[in-house]
Design a protein around this ligand. Sequence first.
Ligand SMILES: *Cc1c(COP(=O)(O)O)cnc(C)c1O
Length: 231
Amino acid sequence: MGVAEALQRLYERIHEVCLRVGRDPGEVRLMGVSKFHERDALEEAWKGGLRLFGENRVQEAGRKFPAFKQDHPRTELHMIGSLQRNKARAAVALFDGIQSVDRDELIAELGTLTLGRERPLMVLLELHTGEASKAGYPDVEHLFGAAERVLQFPNLIIRGLMTMAPFTEDREIIRRSFRSLAAARDKLKVRFPDCDWSCLSMGMSNDFEIALEEGATLLRIGTALFGERKP
Ligand SMILES: *Cc1c(COP(=O)(O)O)cnc(C)c1O
């Protein structure tokens, strides 16, 4: 199955799940996670209507995306992997959003680097909800602190939260992970009512239907769109 066909199928499945659980499919965005995939795959996805891409390494994104964005200016590119401080400058130049904001030092770094920027940098705060790598803030209290921090910087704009569910076959454990992200978002909304918390980035190829059932508004899909990765 080619990328265009896979994309069509994904849109159909998203539509079906949304209708089944009474959600508006129009509030769900699909991100193509293009790590380890090259230009031809990006082009195919673009032709199929995809505009949002995700990469988890600064170096790889820096190799692939500047030229692609030049040819397709409406491309939106987000960083979804763990971001080291010494890569923050390059990341700010390359990405439209950082989904994997997981510690206060990184917020300070990104905030400072974006001070002279024209367009604000969109950020999501990452919550650790059980995934083995331990990336992400540990709990809602820490997210409150992180949000305060982001608000100190004029060119960082909060859009919501991100998480990765644990790698397990147990659907209930995955569901619990997504539920805790949605619950955290509800608490942040009460505490910071003037911020936009509408983005819930959760769900990958193997668990996006559960994520949709639990309120995901941004799905990060790699394998089910581009095929297996060959690192
Ligand atoms: C690789 C990756 C994805 C996509 O994973 P698939 O299972 O291939 O869909 C999503 N989110 C993050 C953070 C990733 O690193």
